[in-house]
Design a protein around this ligand. Structure first.
Ligand SMILES: Nc1ncnc2c1ncn2[C@@H]1O[C@H](COP(=O)(O)OP(=O)(O)OP(=O)(O)O)[C@@H](O)[C@H]1O
Length: 257
């Protein structure tokens, strides 16, 4: 069970997340959509505590953490939450001084204290899983963006997280390379990987998400299946947002003009 309860976050006077409540279906994908600046990245970063919410409660399986205003969470609680999450960033964020396989092994060796042969075996399995085992000993900078993002996905999955957080995983890629990454994410979704994904790519959301959550100005305006949110939005704010970005949706999903 993964739940966010009353998650609140301000940056100075800017109230970026306003009491967000979200229950994530396990073994399925939830896509966060919304205008630029609506708080999607901040919400993802609150789940793994890259940003510490000012208040609210996070529940990731057996680990629950209540955030108390003005009080930093205990280090052990932060580590417990982080161990249950993996994150994929828009710009891959691979370690440039490490080979591809060493990037995937890094967390297993330094955080989980696995011995190197065991970590390498796991890393090679994951590189194979994302279709890039032949690049194991290459340097990240010699890879295409799509290949780098696949390495980043393998790295995020290495510690077997309960949830994969994806922050605009395809938006730095041109369409051909984005399609490679979509395919990997689609097959992970089909295998039951639980994901929370911020994306401007409605086609990606429509392809792999079971639920779409529309965020506007730090609030959840509405949520539902991709088809419902994209073709039958209930709220005017959702309707006007969706109308601006229907490109990429299946033809029969587009709202009549
Ligand atoms: N570390 C920070 N310090 C101050 N303000 C921040 C910080 N991080 C985000 N913000 C602000 O919080 C708001 C929400 O940002 P966020 O990146 O979460 O939005 P988003 O919906 O992901 O946007 P985009 O679609 O453009 O990525 C924005 O106004 C942003 O400028």
């Amino acid at each position: 069970m993964i739940r966010l309860e009353h998650i609140d976050k301000r940056f100075g006077d800017h109230h970026v997340l306003k009491s967000i409540d979200l229950a994530l279906a396990e073994n399925s994908v939830t896509a966060l959509i919304g205008p630029s600046g609506s708080g999607k990245s901040t919400l993802l970063r609150c789940v793994n505590l890259l940003e510490v919410p000012d208040a609210g409660r996070l529940v990731l399986g057996s680990t629950a953490l209540t955030l108390v205003p003005g009080k930093a969470p205990a280090r052990e609680s932060v580590q417990a939450i982080r161990r249950k999450t993996g994150m994929v960033f828009q710009n891959f964020q691979l370690f440039p001084h490490l080979s591809v396989v060493a990037n995937v092994m890094e967390g297993l060796v330094t955080v989980q204290r696995w011995d190197r042969p065991r970590a390498r075996k796991r890393a090679l399995e994951l590189l194979d899983r994302v279709g890039i085992a032949d690049k194991a000993d290459a340097w990240p900078t010699t890879l295409s963006g799509g290949q780098q993002q696949r390495v980043a996905i393998a790295r995020a999955l290495a510690p077997s997280p309960q949830i994969l957080l994806c922050d605009e995983p395809t938006s730095a890629l041109d369409p051909g390379l984005a399609a490679e990454v979509v395919e990997v994410l689609r097959s992970l979704a089909a295998e039951g990987t639980t994901m929370l994904m911020a994306t401007h790519d409605l086609r990606l959301a429509a392809t792999i998400a079971r639920e779409v959550v529309f965020l506007s100005d730090g609030e959840i305006v509405e949520s539902g299946t991709p088809r419902d949110v994209f073709t039958r939005p209930r709220e005017p704010r959702t309707a006007s947002f969706v109308a601006t970005i229907t490109q990429g949706l299946p033809e029969d999903w587009k709202r009549p003009a």
